[in-house]
Design a protein around this ligand. Structure first.
Ligand code: ADP
Ligand code: MG
Length: 353
């Protein structure tokens, strides 16, 4: 019970408890900052926070995943440590006037961090939702998502799009969210029970704030500058061929336009209940991340190839890339045997959900 944990650490009861799920992106990678449509799904595993406002400027944070109690003051600069994400959420909640002053905060999480399952967005959204309960303000879940993205972009310096924050702020496990990342319009799309979307950790840990994600966002910026428009995903193949840019930039842009088209086709396939088409699009998405966006790793390529070899109808790297998780669509009746075979060949991989 999170309130008991909170009491044990801080010696008083929390005022608010809130939560947010992790998310897995079924298809549509690195296009949420390029005007694309994406298709993430909330996970059955999530993260919980307990919070109590303080009468001073102190922020105290404890987490079941990290040691010690981190102490900071409102307005202090970030340190590069694990608590920065939570401190950033509190700083922005104070700026938005959801909170008045400092807080005590405890975090309890089932989401592996740095695995591509959006522990960062879940953490920030859960804190902002707890802060919202503390205020009288009329704030929607979409407002929370937008503010949560600002925490990552402006406080952490992670130039991510809006996908993760919207996925964990507005959707529920078992449904996918077809999200237009320009307008923030979305449809909740139900997923067929006869297939499982299995999430496996490759065993390769990565931290997105290490600069590799940023490099890809800057490459996309270069393509957008050359095209003189922001909606990179909506360019045609012909327009990309004509861009006055280096070959690697053209490849990034090519991934964006084909990935956006694959997402639209995948949404259509779900609506028609054509899961074989959906699986084929997942596979193509992986090849594009491997060959054009170049965010996969040799280990993940083998894991994805074996997932399909042993019976998944589709498999791909999910999340920002360079390690972390893969997502596979598997016939529910075959899922247990498939998992056992795949894990026997990949002892470093771990089944998440
Ligand atoms: P992810 O793909 O999981 O979102 P990121 O690199 O974007 O990976 O974010 C991971 C960071 O989020 C961690 O380094 C930490 O700062 C923060 N975080 C995630 N989970 C927790 C937690 N349970 N407790 C405290 N901080 C967390
Ligand atoms: Mg993240």
């Amino acid at each position: 019970m999170i309130n008991l944990e909170f009491e044990k650490i801080f010696g008083a009861s929390p005022a608010q408890i809130s939560n947010a799920p992790g998310r897995v992106n079924l298809i549509g990678e690195h296009i949420d900052y390029n005007g694309g449509t994406v298709l993430p799904m909330a996970l059955p595993i999530g993260l919980e926070v307990a919070l109590a406002p303080r009468r001073d400027e102190l922020i105290r944070i404890a987490s079941d995943k990290f040691d010690g109690i981190e102490e900071r003051r409102l307005g202090e600069v970030k340190t590069g440590g694990w608590a920065d994400y939570a401190v950033g959420a509190i700083e922005f909640a104070v700026r938005a006037e959801y909170l008045q002053r400092g807080v005590d905060l405890y975090i309890s999480s089932m989401i592996p961090d740095g695995a591509g399952l959006s522990s960062s967005a879940a953490l920030i959204v859960a804190i902002l939702k707890a802060a919202r309960q503390q205020s009288e303000r009329d704030v929607t879940d979409a407002d929370i998502a937008v503010l949560a993205r600002q925490v990552e972009n402006e406080y952490i310096g992670m130039p991510c799009g809006i996908m993760d924050q919207m996925a964990v702020a507005v959707s529920q496990p078992g449904e996918a969210i077809a999200l237009d990342t320009t307008t923030l319009d979305y449809d909740l799309v139900s997923l067929p029970d006869r297939y499982h979307f299995v999430v496996l950790h490759s065993g390769q840990h990565r931290k997105l704030s290490d600069g590799r994600y940023r490099k890809r966002t800057l490459e996309c910026e270069e393509a957008k500058k050359a095209a003189k428009r922001d909606d990179l995903c909506l360019l045609s193949e012909c327009e990309i061929a004509k861009l006055d840019v280096a070959q690697n930039i053209r490849k990034r842009a090519f991934h964006c336009i084909t990935e956006h088209a694959r997402v639209l086709a995948a949404i259509e396939a779900l609506r028609k209940d054509d899961m074989n088409a959906f699986g084929a699009l997942m596979n193509e998405s992986h090849f594009s991340m491997r060959d054009y966006f170049e965010i996969s790793t040799p280990e993940i390529n083998v894991l994805v190839a074996d997932a399909v070899k042993y019976g998944a109808i589709g498999a791909r790297l999910t999340g920002g890339g360079f390690g972390g998780c893969v997502v596979c669509a598997v016939d529910a009746e075959l899922a247990d045997a498939w998992k056992a075979t795949l894990l026997a060949h990949h002892p470093n991989a771990k089944f998440i959900c």
